[in-house]
Design a protein around this ligand. Structure first.
Ligand code: HEC
Ligand code: HEC
Length: 210
């Protein structure tokens, strides 16, 4: 039954035939701009499968352009919803904060500047390359997020804390000037990450997509 359902629901996307989707089709549907609450995953009785499904839900935020534009896989921040390079041209520089004369914070203030359309939040700068997400699968993002060698030396508890309270993360839901916010809200997203950790912080299969 499962493979047939997968083909029907995958919409002809990149999933390999025979791959396992940890998210059963019984999960309630969700609008593009919303997140399923952690309770919705209680119907998945196997704890490891539930954990994988929770991460896939979280990946709808992590890989949303509001987050991933600042977690690029190259030296240039991205903007908009189509992975366009930053305009005007800027580069990450030696400390992910731009270069002398073109520092991120010469333009980006600690809050959005609505008239100038410049987004802003405290300490605006790029995530280091070890935390790059653009072009990666949810599984790859999951593995590096758990890895202290790549996540800035964070424990899982600190990963929960960062996602639930960091101000650059929070900007994803208050991006200003007609930009589409990340799905759901930071509180719900923090609760999903916490539930993922509580269920053993399992990573989905390479092919799995939310
Ligand atoms: C303005 C740029 C910017 C935006 C926007 C941004 N981040 Fe980040 N992010 C960073 C920087 C810089 C770091 C590194 C900070 C550190 O190590 O303490 C980081 C680190 C992280 C980490 C730490 C672990 C890791 O491996 O990546 C997580 C988790 C994270 N961000 C989540 C998010 C989420 C979720 C969003 C969107 C809702 C988001 N970020 C949006 C700049 C950004
Ligand atoms: C010369 C001014 C200037 C500098 C320097 C600058 N930015 Fe920007 N940035 C802008 C403006 C203006 C926008 C808004 C573009 C738009 O939305 O049309 C923007 C947008 C962005 C966005 C897109 C947000 C989104 O999701 O659409 C990110 C991410 C970003 N900048 C990161 C950075 C980082 C990181 C640096 C430093 C390496 C930096 N910027 C340096 C002016 C600047």
């Amino acid at each position: 039954m499962a493979p047939v359902l997968l083909l029907l629901t995958a919409g002809g996307c990149k999933r390999q035939p025979g791959s396992v989707d940890p998210r059963p089709s019984e999960l309630p549907p969700v609008a593009a701009g919303d997140l399923r609450p952690p309770e919705a995953f209680a119907i998945i009785t196997n704890q490891e499968d539930r954990s994988r499904a929770l991460f896939l839900e979280a990946s709808r935020v992590l890989l949303h352009p509001r987050c991933a534009n600042c977690h690029p896989s190259g030296d240039v921040p991205l903007q908009g919803t189509q992975w366009q390079p930053h305009e005007p041209p800027v580069v990450r520089g030696p400390e992910d904060r731009g270069v002398v004369g073109m520092e991120c914070t010469s333009c980006h203030q600690d809050r959005n500047l609505e008239h100038a359309r410049v987004p802003g939040a405290p300490n605006w700068h790029l995530a280091p390359l070890s935390m790059a997400w653009v072009g990666k699968s949810p599984r790859a993002v999951c593995e590096q997020l758990k890895d202290p060698a790549r996540n800035g030396g964070k424990t899982l508890a600190q990963i929960v804390e960062h996602n639930a309270h960091d101000e650059l993360v929070g900007w994803g839901w208050a991006p200003g000037w007609g930009r589409e916010p990340a799905p759901g809200n930071q509180k719900l997203f923090g609760a999903i990450i916490a539930a993922w950790v509580e269920t053993g912080a399992q990573c989905p299969t390479e092919e799995a997509r939310p």
